[in-house]
Design a protein around this ligand. Structure first.
Ligand SMILES: [Zn+2]
Length: 317
């Protein structure tokens, strides 16, 4: 009898070891993803204590990683590599025009198991000051662009993050009526701050996270410093006993979408164009930001939306 019990215990231990090795092939020490949390848009309308009372029902020391504003090579790719090496799943809020420019990265994000929501078409500045007509177009066109990049409307989750957290009651009502869950955050890493070193980003993120003990962490996958900070942050999360939760939306989603080749004449050409203008505006934005009173408005002044007055006029606004 004792032998049978011992055999049973060994078998269970063996299964469990095999399962964890399988969970992250090639990296037994990976941070990993501890569980999947399915969100029903009917139950949650607005999430994140930075702006709202309600947030995700996370347990102590559980975090959700989120990335805004991409995709943008090479940083989005580096970040995806890091997440894959640690078997960590995240939630992305993609900008429509960026998704249009880099559809192969959008599909990579999806096929590597991450959740994809949207973040408007052009990431306009001062979202809360736009006319509702403009807000609606930004949201709708952003969804259309990301859907087109994915090639399958079912691959997109009904999650939305307001550019610059620019909220009004009317905007929130509109999003709610569209059955979109509005995501704010619980822990803002401020990884976009000028001159932020990877070490400073991690320190700030961990300090703010420790103060709350859990939550939705906001980062941006378009910055070099963020790409460099992420491996350190994941190490710190593991060392401090945090667990990553992957959030999905209720409903059926395809297992994968067909991959796209990043052809030099398509993705590559757009890449060069967008990168050039993005970087030039990045420099410009630092000057704007310095004199801005509104932190969040300034944060996003250099984002894709901020850069493209020509694209705005293409929208007729
Ligand atoms: Zn943003």
């Amino acid at each position: 009898m004792r032998f049978i019990v011992a055999l049973f215990v060994c078998t269970v231990a063996g299964v469990s070891a095999a399962a964890s090795a399988e969970a992250c092939p090639g990296n037994p020490d990976a941070l990993g993803t501890s569980r999947v949390l399915t969100v029903n848009p009917g139950e949650f309308t607005r999430l994140g204590t930075v702006q709202y009372k309600q947030t995700l029902p996370l347990k102590d020391h559980e975090v959700v990683l989120t990335f805004d504003d991409g995709p943008l090579p090479p940083y989005s790719d580096i970040i995806l590599d890091t997440l894959a090496s640690q078997c960590v799943k995240a939630t992305y809020f993609l900008v429509g025009q960026m998704a249009h420019a880099y559809p192969s990265i959008v599909r990579r994000i999806y096929n590597e198991g991450h959740t994809i929501g949207t973040h408007s078409q052009h990431h306009p500045r001062a979202f809360e000051l736009l006319s509702m007509q403009r807000v609606e177009r930004e949201v709708d066109v952003g969804i259309d662009s990301v859907t087109a990049a994915l090639g399958d409307a079912k691959a997109l989750s009904p999650f939305f993050r307001l550019p610059g957290f620019g909220r009004t009651n009317a905007i929130e009502r509109f999003l709610e009526n569209k059955q979109l869950v509005t995501w704010s955050a619980d822990v803002d890493t401020d990884d976009w701050w000028r001159g932020s070193t990877p070490g400073a980003i991690v320190k700030r993120a961990m300090r703010r996270l420790d103060a709350k003990g859990r939550g939705i962490i906001l980062m941006h996958d378009i910055h070099r410093a963020t790409a460099m900070a992420l491996p350190i942050l994941l190490k710190e999360l593991k060392a401090n006993g945090y667990h990553v939760v992957h959030v999905t939306a209720a409903g059926e989603r395809p297992k994968s979408v067909p991959e796209l080749m990043a052809l030099p004449n398509t993705d590559g050409k757009v890449l060069l164009t967008v990168q050039t203008s993005d970087f030039s505006v990045t420099r410009q934005s630092h000057r704007i930001r310095k004199h801005s009173k509104s932190r969040h408005r300034a944060v996003h002044s250099y984002y894709p939306g901020g850069l493209s007055d020509d694209r705005m006029s293409a929208l007729g606004q």
